[in-house]
Design a protein around this ligand. Structure first.
Ligand SMILES: NC(=O)c1ccc[n+]([C@@H]2O[C@H](COP(=O)([O-])OP(=O)(O)OC[C@H]3O[C@@H](n4cnc5c(N)ncnc54)[C@H](O)[C@@H]3O)[C@@H](O)[C@H]2O)c1
Length: 354
């Protein structure tokens, strides 16, 4: 097992997470234990976790972003209440980012807060969503509109869970891995670019580096006053695209939308933040060749209206994290609506060239 400290909790990475989880549970002497799963993590992951406790209750919700909402939260709260969960109860979130986001949020509100532990089972949740204490749900089509900073008691990561994850989901997680290189570490970015088999689960070293980058940033700035905003690179436009796509019959996955957002925001970085033309080309060609994104069909005005709801904005200006070079991010940039439209056109043109 490898342990990374955050200052608030430990992240343990390795094959024997059940042993470590049981140790923590026996020290804490919880009154009852609940495990939050969706149908896929119940099927593929629950059996890989063995917990020495007879009062274990499984709470199952439906998978998918469209269920990351208040109705699902209410279901979780009702189940906890029906089974008499008290303030010494524990909720274990076993699943992807939807489970860790909603489970963390539900736990942080239930009886004004009970302990929760994240056991992430997707690449995206292992390298990103489970670490850092951002929890929340979507509201009226806006991503993560309701939420709280709430820190898990611990995070247990077993790369073995990724064996049952499909290629599309693996690739979605890889967008956040690539982002970590782009915002914080040029050598890491180069290692990612040179990884041929990006969708196999044999990526332990890359995973560890990614978790460490995210952890270093969120430990230095847990409540997103400055440095943590660097993690939002690609997310201002990416979240708007994701939100728009959620209303369609074929919604994009989170990482797929962020991959597109990173190309658009790299273009804005070229115009406003000193990113070189070569670096813009490098980012664009890497993302288009690995992610094969489709053109953005939503009207730019609609996307800009969605960007105006972004939590990072102040004084009604749309806030961007941009790159001054690969490996170096700058926070709190703004730009004109015309430039955002230009960035979307740049992305659509790069797709047709691919
Ligand atoms: N809190 C944060 O800091 C943060 C950061 C990034 C993303 N997020 C959020 O994370 C969410 C996306 O997370 P995600 O991509 O993990 O999506 P997800 O939770 O929807 O999981 C993707 C799919 O994989 C299935 N699945 C999970 N583990 C599996 C396994 N081991 N084998 C087979 N199938 C499995 C799930 O049931 C689901 O169908 C978004 O809501 C996003 O906003 C949060």
């Amino acid at each position: 097992m490898r342990t990374t400290h955050t200052g608030k909790y430990n992240i343990q990475i390795g094959e024997d997470i059940s042993g470590e989880l049981n140790k923590l549970i026996s020290v804490e002497k919880y009154s009852s234990i609940f495990i939050l799963v969706d149908q896929n993590t119940k099927r593929h992951c629950l059996k890989k976790l063995s917990i020495d406790d007879h009062q274990l209750t499984v709470i199952q919700i439906k998978s998918g972003e469209k269920n990351k909402n208040i109705r699902t939260c209410e279901k979780i709260w009702n189940e906890l209440s029906r089974k008499n969960a008290d303030r010494r109860s524990l909720l274990i979130n076993l699943g992807g980012g939807v489970i860790t986001d909603i489970g963390g949020f539900a736990a942080s509100c239930y009886k004004r807060g009970i302990d929760f532990i994240n056991v992430p089972t997707t690449l995206l949740a292992q390298v990103d969503a489970s670490v850092g204490g951002k929890t929340g749900i979507d509201l009226a089509g806006f991503k993560n509109q309701i939420g709280a900073f709430a820190f898990p008691k611990a995070v247990f990561i077993n790369p073995d869970f990724l064996k049952t994850l499909n290629k599309r989901e693996m690739l979605s997680g890889f967008a956040e891995v690539a982002k970590h290189g782009l915002i914080a570490d040029k050598n890491y970015w180069n290692a990612i670019r040179n990884t041929k088999e990006i969708i196999t689960p044999h990526l332990s070293d890359l995973l560890l580096s990614s978790i460490e980058i995210k952890n270093k940033i969120v430990s230095a700035d847990p409540y997103e006053n400055g440095l943590r905003k660097t993690l939002n690179f690609g997310h201002t436009i990416g979240h708007a695209i994701e939100s728009a796509s959620l209303k369609t019959k074929k919604p994009l996955l989170h990482g797929e939308a962020i991959a597109i957002g990173m190309i658009c925001e790299a273009y804005i970085s070229r115009k406003c933040c000193g990113l070189s033309g070569e670096e813009l080309n490098e980012i664009t060609s890497f993302i288009t060749s690995r992610f094969h994104p489709k053109a953005i069909k939503y009207p730019a005005k609609k996307l800009i209206a969605l960007m105006r709801q972004d939590k990072k904005n102040t004084n009604s200006e749309i806030n961007f994290t941009l790159l001054s070079s690969i490996g170096k991010a700058e926070v709190n940039h703004t730009c004109t609506e015309e430039l955002i439209e230009e960035a979307i056109s740049y992305f659509n043109d790069s797709i047709s060239l691919d």
